[in-house]
Every structure is written in C-alpha cells, then in structure tokens.
Design a protein around this ligand. Structure first.
Ligand code: DAH
Length: 342
C-alpha cells in the first residue's frame, strides 16, 4: 500500500534535514516545510481522510508515532543550536587574567560616624533616631528656644507648607531640622530617665556653601540623664571618645558659651598634632552643657531629681580633622578620585 510505505522514508528525510539545519532560522524553516500548515508531513496527515476504514487505524498510528519522533528531533536540535548560539564565537582562553569586580566602600562620613558610634557604644550609649522633617516645637520651643529667641536667627532653615484643616486643629509648623538636638526631646518624651543616647543624623541650615559650611551636614547628638551627673562626666566622656577617634595626643578644652537648652553651656575646642600642623592652636568642634531645668520640665522629668548633659558635634568637622581635608564640599561631590582614598 503506497501511503503506508511513504511514511517511513518521508520521516527519515525529515529527520536528516532537521538535524542538518545549520542555525535556528534554518531550523524554523525546515520545521515549516515539514510540519507547518503546508508542510509535507501535514499534507500526508490530511490524506488520512481518503483511506478506507480498515486502513485508517494502522496508518494513523504510524503517522502519529512519526510526528512525535519529528517533534522530539526538532526540540533536541533546537536546544543544540541555542546552546551553540549562546557560546562565544572565539574559544575561551582560560590563561587570561580574570576581571575583578570593583568593590564599593562606605563614604568617609559614614566611616567616621560608625567609628564615633562604636566609641560611644563601648561606654554604654545606645543609638536613637528622629525625623529630618521636624516640627518647630521639637526643634526649638521644647529646647527652650521660643519663636522670638535670637538663637533662632543662626539656625534658619526651610519651612514646609502647613497642611491640615486649620479649623480642626492649629496647623503644625514643619521644617527641616537644624540640629539633632530635637531628638533629645523626642527620646525624653517617650522614655523615663535614666537616658544614655547618641543620635547621628543629617541636619539643614541656611548656610552658604563655602570651604567649611554646607546647607546640609551631619551631627552627632549626645544626651545623658541620671542622678548626680556632672560637667566632669561630660568632659571625661568627650575626651575618651576623641582619643578613641583621633589618638592619644588629643587635648580638649571647654569654653563658656550660650545655648538656650543647657546651663551652663560650653563650646568644646580640640587640638592635636594635626591641628598644630594646620597652624592653629585649637579648633572649635562641638557645643555642650548641662541640660537646662526648663527642658526637663517640658518633657516631664523632675529637675530636682534628674541632672544631665548634652552635646552636639559636627561629623564633617571631625572627618576633615581626621583626614586633613580642607574643603567640606568634597564630601558631597561624589568624585570617585576623592572617595577612593578612604
Ligand atoms: N545644637 C547645637 C548646634 O547645632 C549643638 C549643641 C549644643 C548640642 C549644646 C547640644 C548642646 O546638645 O547641649 O549648634
């Protein structure tokens, strides 16, 4: 019977052609010419209908088996060709040196912050955090700095548009925090004394960029509240941390100053061999003082029972001192030639 005898040789030719297809495009074309809608095999299958009842089952079985075989051959050839297409055209030279992926690094300011945090952790301080978009109350009023206080002038900042329904509640004045001191209030509002925290974070001020100022910079705040806390504790703590950071030849001195949330208040000056080399005797590095009783009243701590001190350092200042950098703007330009050095 002609029809049945045609199947096997047709299949063999198809298999040979599929396996010989040199690339994926050729393979698709070969596939079409055999089992596509007008393919030779498809045509053969269509002829099944013309066979007699007796012939049909055997022929159908044979054709189906052949078709399955063709499809398997197609898939395996396709996989082969896909693999071939994915492989490099040139043989790989395994003796060539490898390409090392460049590792990223922490920004120098992050490194310095981490070191400061590590030093404070050694003596039992925990890290606290607060929002950069702060309200006027936490940034100023609760720190004993009311709206008409002259100290606000030096800490001008961006104020955000007031939101909310003024009929329902007086609008809250929001701003970009000018210092991390606001977090002192947030922490004391939430927890009872004693308190021993540091707060690294970003702050904003209306400062023009020059070699030592930038409208955005970073601070570390510290707050220590307990019974019978003294300025001596404060000085000892600051000295310890700076020696950890900058070496044993560090000297610090306290100079009387004014902050509305501390009384007495001081500025901390710092010196070491590097400062001397820069032709200076001392560099101002931080503000600090004993927490003002009014601040304790505001957060609900009894000032007759609790005492405390607080400080705020500029992280950029410390980083500049540590690495001998004379322009603060280098920290923000993200020039890899600068960043690579740390
Ligand atoms: N907030 C001050 C500033 O940004 C620094 C400061 C001074 C923080 C005295 C304090 C402090 O906690 O007690 O200049």
């Amino acid at each position: 019977m002609g029809f049945l005898n045609d199947i096997e040789p047709l299949k063999q030719t198809a298999l040979t052609e599929l396996n010989a297809a040199p690339d994926l495009a050729a393979l698709e074309q070969t596939k079409g010419s055999w089992i596509g809608p007008n393919g030779k095999f498809t045509t053969l299958m269509k002829q099944l209908g013309t066979l007699s009842k007796e012939e049909k089952p055997a022929a159908g079985k044979l054709i189906n088996a052949a078709k399955i075989e063709l499809e398997a051959a197609l898939t395996s050839r396709r996989e082969e060709l896909e693999l071939k297409a994915a492989l490099p055209k040139e043989p790989t030279d395994f003796t060539l040196p490898g390409r090392r992926r460049a590792l990223g690094k922490l920004h120098p300011l992050t490194q310095v912050t981490d070191d400061i945090v590590r030093a404070f952790r050694k003596i039992g301080f925990a890290v606290a955090d607060g929002p950069e978009i702060e309200d006027e109350y936490h940034c100023f009023d609760a720190l004993n700095t009311p709206a008409d206080h002259p100290a606000r002038d030096s800490q001008d900042t961006f104020y955000l548009a007031k939101t909310g329904n003024p009929q329902a509640a007086p609008p809250i004045s929001q701003l970009l925090r000018t210092h991390t001191s606001s977090v002192q209030i947030r922490v004391m509002e939430k927890q009872a004394p004693p308190v021993r925290i540091i707060v690294p974070g970003r702050v904003y001020r209306r400062d023009n960029a020059d070699a030592t100022h930038n409208p955005t910079f970073h601070q570390i705040e510290g707050l220590y509240v307990d019974k019978n806390v003294t300025v001596g504790d404060l000085k000892g703590t600051v000295e310890f941390v700076f020696r950890e950071l900058m070496g044993d030849d560090v000297k610090i001195r306290f100079r009387p100053h004014y902050f509305s949330y501390t009384e007495p208040s001081y500025e901390i000056d710092f010196t070491n061999a590097l400062v001397k080399k820069m032709g200076k005797d001392w560099l101002e590095i931080a503000g600090c003082g004993m927490v003002h009783p009014q601040v304790f009243e505001t957060v609900g701590y009894d000032p007759e029972v609790w005492t405390g001190w607080a400080f705020g350092f500029g992280i950029e200042r410390i980083a500049m001192l540590r690495y001998g950098i004379n322009d603060i703007r280098l920290f923000y330009e993200n020039d890899v030639r600068f960043l690579k050095q740390f």
